[in-house]
Design a protein around this ligand. Structure first.
Ligand SMILES: C[S@@+](CC[C@H](N)C(=O)[O-])C[C@H]1O[C@@H](n2cnc3c(N)ncnc32)[C@H](O)[C@@H]1O
Length: 385
C-alpha cells in the first residue's frame, strides 16, 4: 500500500540522533527525535525497510488507536469497541505489553490484562470464541503506552528485538548488544575505507557490525522472522523487494582486525563470524592488546575494555594507564573510541578525550569518547601544516 502512516522506532539512550539519520537515509519522512525513540512517516515498504535495513532501532511500532481514558473500566470499554478483526483473526495468538507513565494508571501489568480482556471480549461478543494469548510466541504483539490519560495502542512490527540479528548463537561473558555496537561505529563516523580494530573483541560483535556497515549489508539479512509477516495485510511482494534490494551494498574490502587475550573468546568470535558468513572479511587472533601492533594509520579503534568488576582498584588503574600508553605509542594517526562503564579508570588514560557521550551497556551507565593520536607531536604537525 502506498498510503503513508506514522511509525515509532525505538532505540537505546543516546542513539536517537544516529537512528534519525539512518531513517532519513532510507527515505523516511517527518523524522522527529524523542526520548529513546524516533517518530517517522512512510509507506508499508518504509516500515519493512526500517525493520530490515536500519541498524540502531530495537523495534518499529505502528500506532493504531489513540484515545483518552480516566480509569481502567473506561479504557476497557473504549478498547473493546475498536475493530480488532482489522488486525487479527481467531487463529492468531496475541500478547499485550503496557508502558505506563501516569498518576491515574499505576499498574502496567493490570492495564495489559484489561486490554487483553477487551480484545478477547470483542471477539467473544461477535463470534462466541476468542483468540488465545501467548506471551512467549505471539503472532500479534500489541503495546499500550499511557501518558496521564492519553492512551495509544501500537502494533509491534518487529517481534523479537531487532538487536537479535540472528548471526550470534555463541556468547562470551559480556557481549555488547548489536544495536549498541552498530551505534558506536556509526557515531565514530568510520566509513570502511581505513583499518578497523577491536583489540579486546570478546565475541566479536563490533567486528561483525563493522563488516556489515562497510559492505552495506542489511542487518536483517540473518533474521528468520519479523512480526509484520504475521499481519493480515502482509505484502509479501513488497517485502521481497526490500529483501532482494542490493543497491546499497558496497564492493570494498575493509581491513577489520580483532584480538582478545582469552582463547575462549576468540573461539566464540570465530564461530560467530562463520555464522554471519563473513569470516573472510575479518581476522581475529588470541593475543593481548599489549602484544598487538596495528597496521599504519589512519585507522579507527573501537573497543570495550573490561570495566574492572573483578579487579582491585589499583589493578584497573594500572591496566587503563597501560592501555592509554599503548595507544599513544603504537596507534599514530588512529582515532581510538572507548566505551567504558568505569569513568574513574578512564581518567588514567592520560590522553585528551573528545566527543563524550553517555550510553548504556545493558543497565551499566557508560562513557563513550574518542582520542585522536597524532602522527608525531602536535607541535610538529603544526609546523608541517
Ligand atoms: C567487556 S569485554 C568485550 C566484549 C565485546 N565487546 C563483545 O561484544 O563480546 C572485554 C574483553 O577484553 C578482553 N581482555 C582483557 N584484557 C585483555 C588484554 N590485555 N588484551 C586483550 N584483550 C583483553 C577480555 O577477555 C574480554 O573479552
Amino acid at each position: 500500500m502506498n498510503e503513508k502512516r506514522q511509525f515509532v522506532a525505538k532505540t537505546l539512550h543516546g542513539l536517537e540522533g544516529i537512528l534519525a539519520s539512518e531513517l532519513k537515509a532510507i527515505g523516511a519522512e517527518n523524522v522527529e527525535k524523542q526520548r529513546r525513540m524516533v517518530n517517522f512517516t512512510g509507506t508499508t515498504e518504509m516500515l519493512y525497510r526500517a525493520n530490515f535495513q536500519v541498524r540502531t532501532a530495537t523495534r518499529i511500532l505502528l500506532p493504531i488507536y489513540n484515545f483518552k481514558a480516566r480509569n481502567e473500566e473506561e479504557l476497557y470499554g473504549i478498547a473493546k469497541k475498536f475493530d480488532w478483526t482489522s488486525i487479527m483473526d481467531l487463529s492468531h495468538k496475541f500478547a499485550v505489553d503496557a508502558t505506563v507513565n501516569s498518576s491515574v494508571f499505576t499498574h502496567s501489568h493490570y492495564i495489559a490484562l484489561k486490554l487483553k480482556d477487551a480484545i478477547a471480549d470483542h471477539f467473544r461478543d461477535r463470534f462466541g470464541k476468542r483468540p488465545f494469548v501467548d506471551p512467549k510466541n505471539p503472532h500479534i504483539q500489541i503495546q499500550i503506552h499511557i501518558s496521564d490519560q492519553d492512551c495509544t495502542i501500537l502494533l509491534d512490527s518487529s517481534g523479537e528485538s531487532l538487536h537479535k540479528r540472528g548471526y550470534r548463537l555463541h556468547q562470551d561473558v559480556a557481549p555488547i548488544n548489536e544495536v549498541l555496537a552498530a551505534g558506536l561505529i556509526l557515531l565514530s563516523g568510520w566509513d570502511g575505507t581505513t583499518p578497523f580494530i577491536d583489540p579486546m573483541c570478546g565475541s566479536g560483535t563490533l567486528l561483525i557490525e563493522a563488516a556489515l556497515i562497510a559492505k552495506g549489508m542489511a542487518p536483517g539479512i540473518f533474521r528468520k522472522h519479523f512480526a509484520f509477516e504475521n499481519w493480515l495485510n502482509f505484502e509479501k511482494e513488497t517485502f521481497e523487494k526490500v529483501f532482494n534490494d542490493e543497491s546499497y551494498e558496497r564492493d570494498i574490502d575493509p581491513i577489520i582486525l580483532g584480538g582478545d587475550i582469552s582463547g575462549r573468546a576468540i573461539e566464540i568470535a570465530q564461530s560467530n563470524l562463520k555464522d554471519a558468513g563473513i569470516q573472510k572479511l575479518i581476522q581475529v587472533k588470541k593475543q593481548s592488546i599489549f602484544d598487538f601492533f596495528p597496521p599504519e594509520g589512519p585507522g579507527t579503534v573501537i573497543t570495550n575494555p573490561p570495566y574492572g568488576e573483578r579487579l582491585k582498584k589499583d589493578q584497573i588503574t594500572v591496566f587503563y594507564k597501560q592501555l592509554g600508553d599503548t595507544f599513544k605509542q603504537r596507534y599514530q594517526g588512529y582515532n581510538i573510541w572507548v566505551l567504558s562503564g568505569n569513568s574513574e579508570a578512564l581518567k588514567n588514560f592520560g590522553l585528551h578525550a573528545s566527543n563524550p557521550t553517555t550510553l548504556f551497556n545493558g543497565p551499566i551507565e557508560c562513557k563513550y569518547q574518542s582520542y585522536s593520536i597524532y602522527s608525531g607531536s602536535k607541535k610538529a604537525k603544526y609546523k608541517e601544516g
